[in-house]
Ligand binder design. Structure first.
Ligand SMILES: *Cc1c(COP(=O)(O)O)cnc(C)c1O
Length: 448
C-alpha cells in the first residue's frame, strides 16, 4: 500500500515522469536521485521531450485551426535561454520578447529576427533601436510617446517598421473568471474607450517609417475558458472594422496574446489545446464576417502553457518541524533548500502547487504539511498545504510540479542564494542548459 501522494497525476507532472516499483521517480528514465547527486539541489529538471512536443502541438493546433495561416510566438518571459530559443527555431515557433535582454538571447541564438516580436509598455530608446536594427518582425506599440520615438528611430535607420497596436479591450481574466468592463485601470496599451486606440492607429498611418500590421490584445494569465477571448475578439474586430471604414486601412494581423492556463494542482482543468485553437479562430472568423471585414491572420503568444508543465523543481528536505497551532492541532513544516528565490509565485500571488516525495517508497500515511523555503521571510512558502508521507525526513527529495514558467525567469538572489541550474532531460541525456550560479557570480558585481 502507498499513500495517495505517491500517485503522480499526468495532469500536473511532466509527460516523461514515472515512479518505479522502488518508489523512486524518474524522468525519461533518469533517476531523480542521480540527477540531484550530479547537479545538486535545488534543481529545475526540464523534460525536453515534453517542452518540444508542446511547441509542436501549439504550432500544429493553430495550423489546423487556421488552415496554416495562424502563427505562434512563444512568450519568452515565461522562461528563456539560448537553448530554448533554438528549440523554438526547430519547431517553427516565433519568439515574443519585451526587453533588450530577452532580445539579445534571440540574437545570440541566431534566430531569424523576422520571427521575433517585441512588447513592453516602456521600451527604452536603446531597446527600440536594437529591435529595429535587428529587424524584428513586429513591435507592439504601447503609448503615444512610443509611436513618435519609434518612428524617429526607424526613420534614422531608414527602415519601415511593422507595428501592432496594443489595445486594452476592457477584459481582465484571471483563472476561472473574467471581467469585462468599459474602462481598464492598468498600464498597458491604448484603451478603446475615448477612442485612444483609434487615435493611435490614425497617428501610425500618418508616419511613413511605421507600417500598421495589426492589432494586439492580451487579456491576462492562467485563463481556463475562451469566453474572455470571445469578448476581446469581439471588441478588437469592431475596432478593425472601424479602422477599415473610417481610415481605409487594413489590419493583416490580430494578435490575441497569451494567457492559456495550466494545471498546477488536480483542481485545475485546462481545455484541450485543439479545442482552444479551433474556438479562437472561429471567434475571429465569426466576428469579422459579422463586421463585414476580411479575416486577418491570427497570432497567439503562449508562455506558461508551453514552459510550465515540462519542468519541476527538485529540493532536498533539511528539517521537519511539527508546530502546534492555536486550535490544538499540529502543522508539519518541511523546510527545503530553496524557496522564494527560485519560485516567487506562492509569495507573490498565493499560487498553489503540487509536490511529492520522489526519492523513495513510503507506505506511511499522508500528513498535512507546509513546505517552506530557507529564506528569512515568514511568507517564504513553497506549497502552503500539501499531503506528504508522515515519515518524511531530512535528506529526502521532494519535487514541485509545473514550475517551468515564471520560476527561473522570476528567480532572485534574495539572501545571496545562488539561482539553481536548469537541467534538460531527454532519453539518454541530461545536460545543463542554464548553469547554477556560484557565490563568485554573486560577488562579481561588488566593487571592492
Ligand atoms: C505574459 C504575456 C504573454 C504570455 O502569457 P502566459 O500567461 O505565460 O501565456 C503573452 N503576451 C503578452 C503580451 C504578455 O504580457
Amino acid at each position: 500500500m502507498s499513500s495517495s501522494s505517491q500517485v503522480l497525476s499526468s495532469q500536473v507532472w511532466p509527460a516523461g515522469i514515472s515512479r518505479g516499483a522502488d518508489g523512486v521517480v524518474r524522468v525519461r528514465d533518469h533517476d531523480l536521485r542521480d540527477l540531484a547527486g550530479q547537479f545538486g539541489t535545488p534543481v529545475y529538471v526540464l523534460d525536453e521531450v515534453d517542452f518540444r512536443a508542446r511547441l509542436t502541438a501549439w504550432r500544429d493546433a493553430f495550423d489546423q485551426a487556421s488552415g496554416g495561416t495562424a502563427r505562434v510566438f512563444y512568450a519568452g518571459k515565461a522562461f528563456l535561454c539560448t537553448e530554448v530559443a533554438r528549440w523554438l527555431r526547430d519547431a517553427g515557433v516565433g519568439l515574443d520578447v519585451c526587453t533588450g535582454g530577452e532580445l539579445e538571447v534571440a540574437v545570440r541564438a541566431g534566430l531569424d529576427m523576422s520571427q521575433v516580436l517585441m512588447h513592453g509598455n516602456n521600451k527604452s530608446p536603446a531597446e527600440l533601436a536594437a529591435a529595429v536594427g535587428h529587424g524584428v518582425g513586429a513591435i507592439v506599440v504601447d503609448s503615444f510617446e512610443e509611436i513618435v520615438r519609434l518612428a524617429a528611430i526607424a526613420e534614422a535607420a531608414q527602415v519601415v517598421q511593422p507595428v501592432l497596436v496594443r489595445v486594452t479591450v476592457g477584459v481582465e481574466a484571471h483563472t476561472h473568471e473574467y471581467i469585462a468592463t468599459a474602462h481598464e485601470d492598468q498600464k498597458f496599451g491604448f484603451s478603446l474607450t475615448g477612442g485612444l486606440a483609434m487615435e493611435a492607429v490614425r497617428r501610425i498611418l500618418r508616419l511613413p517609417a511605421l507600417r500598421l500590421l495589426g492589432l494586439h490584445s492580451h487579456i491576462g494569465s492562467q485563463i481556463f475558458t475562451t469566453s474572455g477571448f470571445e469578448v476581446a475578439a469581439h471588441r478588437i474586430t469592431e475596432l478593425l472594422a472601424q479602422v477599415s471604414r473610417e481610415l481605409d486601412a487594413t489590419c493583416e494581423v490580430v494578435d490575441l496574446g497569451g494567457g492559456m492556463g495550466i494545471a498546477y494542482t488536480e483542481l485545475d482543468a485546462p481545455q484541450e489545446l485543439q479545442v482552444v485553437a479551433d474556438r479562437l479562430l472561429e471567434i475571429v472568423r465569426d466576428e469579422c464576417h459579422a463586421q463585414g471585414v476580411p479575416v486577418p491572420t491570427v497570432w497567439v503568444e503562449p508562455g506558461r502553457a508551453i514552459a510550465g508543465p515540462p519542468t519541476m523543481t527538485v529540493y532536498e528536505v533539511g528539517t521537519v518541524k511539527p508546530v502546534e497551532l492555536e486550535d490544538g492541532t499540529t502543522r508539519r513544516y518541511i523546510s527545503v533548500d530553496g524557496g522564494m528565490s527560485d519560485n516567487i509565485r506562492p509569495s507573490l500571488y498565493g499560487a498553489d502547487y503540487t509536490c511529492a516525495l520522489v526519492s523513495r517508497f513510503s507506505d506511511a500515511e499522508d500528513v498535512s504539511s507546509r513546505v517552506v523555503g530557507k529564506h528569512c521571510e515568514t511568507g517564504d512558502v513553497v506549497v502552503r498545504s500539501a499531503m506528504l508521507p508522515g515519515d518524511l525526513t531530512p535528506g529526502d527529495l521532494v519535487a514541485v510540479a509545473a514550475t517551468g514558467a515564471y520560476g527561473r525567469s522570476m528567480a532572485s538572489n534574495y539572501n545571496h542564494v545562488p539561482r539553481p541550474p536548469v537541467v534538460a532531460v531527454s532519453e539518454g541525456t541530461a545536460r545543463v542548459i542554464v548553469r547554477r550560479e556560484t557565490v563568485d557570480d554573486l560577488l562579481a558585481l561588488d566593487v571592492t
